[in-house]
Ligand binder design. Structure first.
Ligand code: PEP
Ligand code: MN
Length: 320
């Protein structure tokens, strides 16, 4: 150890229930300042990449996360989370919620705040959309997941939703991650379309570190050199995330493909890969949809897909 360095010991939280005494050294003046947190000190020592991950898989194995009364996790049934891209009207969400429930969906999705590439595209019905989602839950009993884009909307969204979705474009929005980390609601965290799996796990870590233990990771396609589909669905993310974390891992084939035609095949593949849930957009009149009409399954296609998903789940020893 150089002369100007000194050694310190600290108990570090390595994962949910494993602590370890770590020793590190750093220039003496940094310790003397007394301002660096143990985490920063450890980071200086190059240790943080492997340590201090509350998301890390440990001897307790996998976690299960409840969205309303539906549980997601490795030892739970495979769950279908379905609904339109956007909530467009009361009639639309009530009708689609009823249809997807009849076919086997157990959670309703629908955006009231939409992250659109163009500011001129439909931005969502905001609180009115949340009210319609809550009405659809009251009618069908399906718990509701909906996106939060801005911490300023969180209190309002919490009044209506059962789960907060953080979308691909916000996976790196650390202020938002911290804010949802203080929520009582579970968080469905989508992988940034240019994010590594390490980035995704660290974003989950932001949420867990604020005290919210209920985080679900979602693979939804990444940008690659190939433009044939909207994104490239990285199904290797499923086993890798499961090997590294204890969190439920789900797949959204709809946004990855961007084309209705290919969503069923990749939904089947996602179940085979071990996804704990699928998020699939379904619309009763996709040609009229205010967003993502090209990728939404029709009720008929969805109804035909569910028994095939059940067969794949059974083949790998799970139920759906
Ligand atoms: C969505 O699920 O409505 C959505 C916008 O997804 P993503 O953030 O993955 O694009
Ligand atoms: Mn969409």
């Amino acid at each position: 150890m150089p002369d100007d360095a000194c050694e310190r010991r600290a108990v570090a939280r390595l994962s949910r229930n494993v602590s370890e005494t770590l020793t590190w050294s750093a220039p003496r003046k940094e310790f003397l300042k007394g301002k660096l947190s143990p985490r920063l000190r450890l980071r200086r020592n190059g240790g943080v990449k492997n340590f201090l991950t509350l998301a890390a898989r440990d001897s307790r194995g996998s976690s299960s996360v409840a969205i309303g009364d539906v549980r997601l996790g490795e030892h739970e049934d495979v769950v279908l989370i379905c609904g339109p891209c956007s909530v467009e009207s009361k009639g639309q969400i009530l009708s689609i919620a009823t249809i997807v429930k009849e076919s086997g969906a157990r959670i309703l999705r629908g955006g009231a705040f939409k992250p659109r590439t163009s500011p001129y595209s439909f931005q969502g019905l905001r609180e009115e959309g949340l009210r319609f989602l809550a009405e659809a839950r009251a009618k069908t009993g399906l718990p509701v997941v909906t996106e939060v884009m801005d911490p300023r909307d969180l209190t309002m969204i919490e009044k209506y939703a059962d789960c907060l979705q953080v979308g691909t474009r916000n996976m790196h929005n650390f202020s938002l991650l911290k804010e949802v980390g203080r929520s009582r609601l579970p968080v469905l965290l989508k992988r940034g379309f240019s994010a590594t799996l390490y980035d995704l796990i660290m974003s989950a870590e932001y949420i867990l570190n604020e005290g919210n233990p209920n985080v679900v990771l979602c693979e939804r396609g990444i940008r690659t050199f190939d433009t044939a589909a909207r994104y490239t669905l990285d199904l290797s993310a499923v086993p890798i995330l499961k090997s590294k974390t204890h969190l439920p891992v789900i797949v959204d084939p709809t946004h990855a493909l961007g084309l209705r035609e290919f969503v069923p095949q990749m939904s089947l593949a996602a179940v085979a890969a071990g996804a704990d849930a699928l998020m699939i957009e379904v619309h009763d009149s996709p040609e009229q949809a205010k967003s993502d009409g090209n990728q939404a399954l029709t009720p008929e296609i969805f109804a035909g897909l569910v028994p095939r998903l059940r067969a794949v789940a059974a083949a790998i020893g799970r139920t759906l």
